[in-house]
Design a protein. Structure first.
Length: 658
């Protein structure tokens, strides 16, 4: 809202007197405009980006319209003298150049990271990405509220409470507190009558500003154009968000609208000649008293918002009182059902049905209802409700009784009902359904079916951010199912989507090439990772783990040696030395551990490994010295001293025979 004022101030020196040259005031406005434009770019608000151009268009359109009407009035009055500041070309050119400069400089100020984020945001918008369809779905679901309460609406402030009744599946744990469109929310809460009153108010204000703008001197035209641009920006943004529900935005909007009305009123002769009325004095007083009362009320307002503001009842009577005071909330019904069940072991089926009716997608009420039906012996109905619950909330961790570790212990018919719900949700494209179904199959020991689900999800979500995740998961689960060829195919596909992500490289080595003992393929993948700036050392560690599980000592040695060469850290040299010690290759142990001691010469562990290698080659004197060093450097390791004493006894026992 403020950016048009800054642009007008930078280009037209609003509202001070004009000077021939570029003034300090214009420089200040230009600087603030650049900061605001950069902030809008960094906010990643798509509506904000659109409104930068919308504000410029409104300013140019208003200036052009005012000039055209002024020129027409001059011709009608036969006044050949043009008013100051009416040169259209002198206005439009600086305005266009100024906006282009603001856009270019703001993109430069945000830096490469900001430009990259902005570009990603544009790509998401073109693909209908994160948040785009969610907003569309919220608007569509809100229309159902208008259908049910068309005339007077559901009541002011009731949208937040009633929306869960109309929200489409699947269930989400995130609470929707606004319709992201205040016009639609007003229609739902106030009906056609309220929307008509709002439209009438806007029409009266618009007519007043339009008629009165012709009387404004030309030197005030840029200021009026900027104010009108700010008003149009807010009116546009209200269709995409809930700006007027934020007090700071509402106050700023009222101030700017008041400035525009005051500017028109001051210079409109027809209005200025009207005699003063009582309401001209009474209305400001009432508004001021209301504002003061609101400021005082802020001190006493509750900081916790719905639905977290419901009072926790201490008894059944209190619970029933909460239900009566919040009849549209399902939460008190669930509280009462839980309280009665915990004390008597009996579910209150009517309250559970009420909670489900008020919030159909929420699994909290429906899962309890399934338990109630099972306790009443209504098995068929319970299985149907179980299927519905899984369909509406297809993520396993949304359901308290679906512990992955205990899933295999559930009765077969219940697991079949769960699978039906998950499959229906996956077929409907619900977010999280494919993951839920794949986890279900993995819990049942069916990795091949899980891999097929991930593969289908990757194809469905092609060219989206989820494609990489699904292909990676498909490759891993195919490997778990023993399908090495399919695993390699999907992991390579994931690798080509994100070449700088180490996970596909690691999984290929650890789950495909390592178990198959394919050292050449593993080396190729590691070289590819290095070319894409992915660290090689963790990949060699993955190759080592896979080779050890496969029992391939040669590949294990290769992986450890390459890890130490590519990342010559103390831990890598120690791992290689410990491997050689296990293999009895004492000569290489000494060479490797000496590399480790060059990095960390005060390591008792390194001296302990070195002493064992020396003992293995019968260098008892050197081994005794290194055992003693290890015990002195690491006194909290009693095994170091015990090994040293054992060597002393061994030397003493061998001494007589010599």
């Amino acid at each position: 809202m403020i950016l048009p004022l800054e642009v007008a101030g930078a280009v037209f020196r609003v509202p001070l007197e004009r000077t021939e040259g570029f003034s300090g005031f214009q420089f200040l406005c230009a600087g603030v405009a650049l900061i605001l434009a950069a902030a809008i770019v960094l906010s990643l608000s798509r509506a904000g980006w659109i409104e930068i151009g919308l504000g410029a268009f409104v300013i140019a359109y208003v200036l052009r319209s005012l000039r055209r009407h002024h020129t027409k009035d001059q011709k009608n009055l036969s006044d050949p003298t043009p008013a100051a500041g009416t040169r259209d070309k002198a206005w439009i050119l600086p305005l266009a150049l100024g906006l282009i400069a603001v856009a270019i400089v703001s993109l430069f100020l945000v830096g490469p990271g900001g430009r990259e984020q902005a570009g990603a945001r544009v790509a998401d918008s073109l693909l209908g990405g994160v948040g785009f369809w969610d907003r569309i779905h919220t608007w569509t679901d809100s229309v159902k509220m208008v259908r049910d309460y068309p005339i007077f609406g559901s009541g002011l402030g009731s949208w937040t409470t009633l929306f869960p009744r109309y929200q489409r599946a699947p269930w989400t744990e995130y609470f929707v507190n606004a319709a992201e469109n205040d016009y639609l929310e007003t229609a739902a809460e106030c009906g056609i009558v309220g929307l008509a009153l709002l439209g009438w108010l806007w029409w009266k204000i618009g007519r007043y500003l339009s008629d009165g703008s012709r009387s404004i001197p030309s030197r005030h035209w840029p200021l009026l154009a900027a104010l009108l641009a700010a008003i149009v920006i807010m009116a546009f943004h209200e269709s995409l968000d809930f700006c007027m529900q934020i007090p700071a935005n509402a106050i700023m909007f009222v101030l700017l609208l008041g400035m525009a009305i005051r500017l028109v009123r001051t210079h409109a002769s027809a209005i200025g000649s009207r005699p003063a009325k009582v309401m001209d004095f009474a209305a400001p007083i009432v508004i001021a008293l209301t504002a003061i009362a609101g400021l005082v009320g802020i001190r006493y307002q509750r900081e916790v918002l719905y639905p977290d503001d419901l009072p926790q009842p201490a008894s059944i009577q209190d619970n029933e009182a909460v239900i009566l005071s919040h009849p549209a909330s399902p939460i008190p019904h669930l509280w009462l059902a839980d309280r009665v069940y915990n004390s008597s072991g009996v579910w209150l089926t009517p309250d559970l049905e009420s909670a489900i009716w008020l919030d159909p997608n929420n699994p909290a009420g429906r899962d309890r209802y399934v338990q109630a039906l099972l306790s009443q012996g209504r098995k068929a109905e319970a299985l149907q409700e179980l299927t519905t619950a899984m369909y509406l909330a297809p993520t396993l961790n949304n359901h308290s009784y679906l512990d992955i570790r205990l899933l295999s212990w559930m009765p077969k018919d219940e697991r079949a009902a769960i699978e039906r719900g998950l499959r229906e949700a996956s077929a409907s494209g619900f977010q999280g359904a494919s993951d839920g179904l794949a986890q279900f199959y993995l819990a049942e020991g069916r990795p091949f079916e899980a891999a097929n689900i991930y593969a289908a999800a990757a194809q469905h979500d092609k060219a989206t951010r989820r494609e990489f995740d699904y292909k990676l998961a498909a490759g891993v689960t195919y490997a778990q199912a023993g399908e090495s060829a399919q695993a390699e195919k999907f992991l390579l596909a994931a690798l080509h989507l994100k070449r700088d992500d180490p996970r596909p490289y690691r999984d290929l080595i650890q789950m495909v090439y390592g178990p198959e003992r394919d050292a050449a393929a593993a080396a190729t993948i590691i070289r590819m990772a290095a070319n894409n700036n992915v660290s090689k050392a963790p990949l060699y560690s993955a190759l080592e783990d896979a080779a050890q599980r496969a029992g391939d000592t040669g590949l294990t040695e290769t992986a450890l040696r390459e890890a130490a060469n590519s990342d010559p850290t103390f831990s890598n040299w120690m791992r290689l030395g410990s491997f050689y010690l296990e293999q009895g290759n004492y000569i290489r142990v000494r060479n490797t551990i000496r590399r480790a001691l060059q990095i960390s010469p005060q390591s008792g562990e390194a001296y302990f490994v070195l002493a064992q290698a020396e003992e293995g080659t019968y260098q008892y004197s050197a081994a005794r010295t290194d055992y003693q060093r290890a015990a002195a450097l690491s006194p909290d390791h009693p095994e170091f001293k015990a090994r040293s004493l054992n060597l002393d006894r061994k030397i003493a026992e061998d001494a007589p025979s010599r």
